[in-house]
Design a binder for this molecule. Structure first.
Ligand code: SF4
Length: 458
């Protein structure tokens, strides 16, 4: 089954604009590269047809020498990562289907939990799929509704009623960009103004990179249509009492310089670090981050505790993030490739090590071992995410309880496995305070086991 975390982008320019849409998509995708490193693609509308190019690899590998061939005034782009066995070109995005002379392309971040049911219903109707992706099923559903002579907005509305799960999706239908977000707003999506048009993207950093102006988040259950560099429709199709914004975007996935659903990711992480310092109260020589994702938490910790912020590990910036490497053995190798200790800073010192999260525990164990081997007298691990005890069905790469160390082990047992001198997690209540939203508006399912979409539907 497909489980993915991705980055999506869509750009619409006025016909008069001299800017090249493929270059804007390229630079915007570069800003979203952290959301997926296995494949990338874009679909661009030009002179009555949609040109598609996608391949396995990083943005610069995929689009090297291809950009000039993807001219146009509207386009969508995607970066993707997947879990074991599903990292292949067939599942890379955008998906493109030509129907009655019209091209429909889609990019999607999220996971449809009723994907199997939707797909088997479609197969019974005789529809044929070229991938195992839920995004392709979504595209078939939309085309199925349009086929019944509906306008695109009612078609999206009808499809929203059928789909369960998370989706921040962008559709390209000829020169129209149609962005929509699931009614719980699980995955992020925002809109901004750029020179000569508009951009929709997973994170505000893509808008910043294009020197654009952030306008707002796409609301849960909303559809926004762009054409010829203008917003031609904004409509909330489904409005629920509460949202379920993914807490893991704030803790791990999003870039710290993004603003998601009204909250700066940097501010949330710094506040988490402050709370960790208040609650853990550790006697140590300095605070050090697990680079790079622990850095903002450690800055908050240092500020509140008064301990100096000193680096003890240096990251090789040319190695991808370990958590999003698809195979376990690749992940372990990646830790060694990625981090190297600064022995002169570490030797004889008592260190507060701050990390964003402990998922499987393997990375934390290796880092603690690395620090101790370099002479650390004590290593106290502070974690910015409460214990992960339940799988995520909405697009983050821990889909079974078994792979989550905290689902089977107590904090004391995890401490033993990791080999640190003490282990401190932020609590769920303190995380909610740091995010600064109502508990009912945040997805905490992987921390509490309480799913906002019934588990029986999953
Ligand atoms: S289960 Fe956890 S990772 Fe998945 S969407 Fe909810 S908060 Fe995010």
């Amino acid at each position: 089954m497909i489980r993915e975390e991705c980055g999506v982008i869509g750009v619409s320019f006025s016909r008069e604009s001299s800017l090249d849409v493929s270059y804007q998509l390229y630079y915007g995708l570069y800003a979203l590269q952290h959301r997926g490193q296995e494949s990338a693609g874009m679909a661009v509308f030009d002179k009555g047809r949609v040109n598609l190019y996608k391949n396995m690899g990083l943005i610069f590998e995929v689009f090297n020498k291809k950009l000039g061939k993807l001219d146009g005034s509207a386009g969508i782009g995607h970066v993707r990562y997947s879990t074991i066995g599903e990292s292949n070109i067939e599942n890379s995005q955008p998906f493109l289907i030509n129907h009655k002379g019209k091209a429909f392309a889609i990019v999607h971040n999220g996971n449809l939990v009723n994907y199997r049911k939707l797909r088997s219903n479609a197969e019974r109707r005789g529809e044929v799929f070229t991938s195992t992706s839920d995004s392709e099923v979504m595209l078939h559903l939309i085309i199925g509704e349009v086929r019944d002579e509906r306008e695109i907005t009612p078609a999206i509305s009808a499809v929203m009623e059928k789909m369960k799960g998370s989706y921040s999706a962008i559709l390209l239908v000829e020169d129209c960009i149609i962005a929509f977000r699931d009614p719980l707003g699980i995955k992020p999506l925002c809109i901004g103004r750029i020179d000569g048009g508009y951009i929709v993207a997973s994170e505000s950093v893509a808008i910043d990179t294009l020197d654009g102006e952030f306008i707002r988040d796409v609301m849960p259950g909303e559809v926004i249509i762009l054409k010829d560099g203008k917003i031609i429709r904004e409509e909330r199709l489904i409005e629920l009492e509460n949202t379920a914004h993914c807490m893991f975007e704030y803790v791990y996935f999003a870039r710290p310089d993004s603003v998601i659903d009204g909250r700066s990711v940097y501010d949330v992480r710094r506040r988490i670090g402050e709370i960790l310092a208040e609650k853990s109260n550790i006697d140590a020589d300095f605070v050090s981050p697990t680079p790079d994702s622990g850095a903002t938490f450690a800055i908050g910790y240092a500020k509140r505790s008064g301990l100096p912020y000193i680096e003890s590990l240096i990251k090789n910036r040319y190695v991808g993030r370990t958590f999003i490497m698809p195979e376990q053995n690749e992940r372990e190798l990646a830790v060694r490739l990625k981090l190297n200790p600064i022995k002169t800073n570490i030797d004889g010192k008592r260190i507060v090590l701050v990390d964003d999260s402990v998922v499987r525990g393997t990375t934390s164990k290796r880092i603690v071992r690395m620090l101790k081997k370099s002479g650390a007298k004590e290593v106290h691990l502070c974690v910015g995410c409460p214990p992960l005890i339940s799988p995520c069905y909405f697009g983050v790469d821990f889909t079974t309880k078994d792979e989550l160390v905290a689902s089977k082990k107590s904090v004391e047992e995890i401490l033993k496995i990791i080999g640190a001198d003490s282990l401190h997690y932020i609590s769920v209540e303190d995380l909610i305070e740091a995010i600064g939203k109502k508990r009912e508006d945040i997805c905490l399912a992987c921390l509490t086991g309480e799913y906002r979409i019934k588990v029986s539907e999953i």
